[in-house]
Design a protein around this ligand. Structure first.
Ligand SMILES: Cc1ncc(COP(=O)(O)O)c(C=O)c1O
Length: 439
């Protein structure tokens, strides 16, 4: 191996460990050091690294068929995966469309939403409403939906979509759950009315937030309320489950914690547990029917849409989650992890909230528990202190009004056992103690 890394992933001045192999939640580097991957990189490793069933599924598919172009061929893994998505998706008569990244699937959802309204006689419905804080991807359409610090530098080319504040995102609000619910719904309704319902195509939201705000769970009734508003104003409800798709929060989808049927759900990250780049959309039958009847079908997408290797692996992820009871494990181990985090928080002055569902858990970092003001720079600092203990956690500093919220997130594999949960908690506890001592 050469000594210099010319890939732009290596930020100047930062030397990253070079990973050589991995298994479950552990990665080894070329110096032989072992690392705990407590956040699956970026919430990707749903079944951990190199799960044998996924490696085998990929290998088998690689020997049979590696690529089809969607205008020329369908393929067996894609047909099978679409039917598995139909089984697990909350919407009636769900269809599916597959891409290679979360951003691509959000772009496809935008294409589908706008074309749906054109095909059904409402070409003026072109406005998209999203929330802040949020993150929906780095391509310009998806970034335009994002209420995120990553907009900086690109604002002049981005749409101004994030106009509704997400409920429960501001732990300093002092609002009761009922007030947060009313506030969150009012934000959506005001946005639809301000833009004119006749102009609005869709509301995009992360049902349980991911990279932007570290696992914020909405108040009960919120998603149902958004669904009602979308029906009332004839607007599509599109849920971005890039982070939460396929079991991360203890149910197949985060929306399953509430009785909600979105019009579309985008998914990515954990759906192939990092074996291949892959993503997709679950689409309600009502929308899919329109494209099934359109002369051109749905002509947008990307060169690798419906890639057979990705489809074979994603189908195996669904079968493994079912066979091994991993939704149940996510609930049980999620409770153990949450409890461990609560105990860390009880000992620390700098944790303002522990939140999340299943194996997506977040900690918000504050100067003190009375003011709950963000502890500036602490999410990167805590991630650094965890890294000193050879553990990766995900840092999520996010602007909200004139503050930058500081939070970190954990997302270990759904396959995790009690001992590994305890090891994560122990290493994090040491990192938080050092943050406390040095803040
Ligand atoms: C909710 C959400 N949507 C979309 C994306 C974009 O996914 P990708 O980086 O695979 O394009 C992300 C990435 O973090 C995400 O968290």
């Amino acid at each position: 191996m050469t000594d210099t890394d010319f890939s732009l992933t290596a930020s100047p001045g930062r030397t990253l460990p070079v990973a050589t192999h991995a298994s479950g939640m552990r990665i080894w580097d070329h110096d032989g050091a072992e690392w705990i991957d407590a956040c699956g990189g970026a919430m990707v490793m749903s079944l951990g690294h190199c799960h044998p069933r996924l490696v085998e599924a990929a290998q088998k598919q690689l020997e049979k068929l590696t690529f089809t172009y969607r205008f020329s061929f369908s393929n067996e893994p894609m047909i099978e995966l679409a039917s598995l998505i139909r089984e697990i998706a909350p919407m009636d008569r769900g269809w599916a469309f597959f891409n290679s990244s979360g951003s691509e699937s959000v772009e496809s959802a935008i294409h589908l939403a706008l074309l749906y309204w054109q095909h059904t006689g409402h070409p003026g419905k072109t406005e998209l409403i999203s929330r802040y804080p949020s993150f929906h991807g780095s391509t310009l359409g998806a970034l335009g939906l994002s209420g995120s610090r990553w907009r900086q530098g690109f604002e002049h080319v981005l749409d101004d979509n994030p106009v509704a504040q997400a409920p429960n995102a501001d732990i300093r609000s002092g609002l009761s759950p009922e007030q947060e619910l009313a506030f969150g719904l009012q934000q959506i309704e005001d946005a639809i009315i301000a833009r004119g319902p006749e102009n609005v195509a869709a509301v995009f939201l992360e049902p349980i937030s991911g990279a932007s705000t570290a696992a914020v769970v909405p108040p009960d009734g919120y998603l149902e309320g958004v669904r009602t508003l979308c029906d009332q104003y004839n607007v599509l409800m599109i849920c971005d489950e890039t982070v939460t798709g396929f079991g991360r929060t203890g149910t197949w989808w985060a929306v399953d914690h509430w009785a909600v049927q979105p019009d579309m759900i985008s998914f990515a990250k954990g759906v192939t547990s990092g074996v291949t780049p892959f993503s997709g959309l679950a689409i309600s039958g009502t929308i899919a029917d329109v494209f099934a009847a359109a002369p051109e079908g749905f002509p947008f997408g990307h060169t690798y849409s419906g890639n057979p290797v990705g489809c074979a692996v994603a189908a195996e992820v669904i079968r493994t989650i079912r066979d091994d009871g991993l939704l149940e494990n996510s609930v049980e181990m999620g409770k153990r992890l949450h409890q461990g985090l609560v105990e860390i928080a009880d000992r620390s002055a700098h944790i303002g909230q522990v939140r999340g569902r299943g194996l997506l858990q977040g900690l918000e970092l504050v100067t003190d528990r009375e003011s709950l003001e963000p502890l500036a720079g602490s999410s990167y600092r805590l991630a650094g202190l965890a890294r000193d203990r050879h553990m990766m956690i995900y840092s999520c500093p996010t602007p909200l009004g004139d503050r930058v919220i500081e939070a970190v997130m954990l997302a270990p594999p759904l396959t995790i056992g009690a001992q590994d949960v305890d090891e994560i908690v122990e290493r994090l506890s040491g990192a938080v103690e050092e943050l406390d001592r040095t803040s």
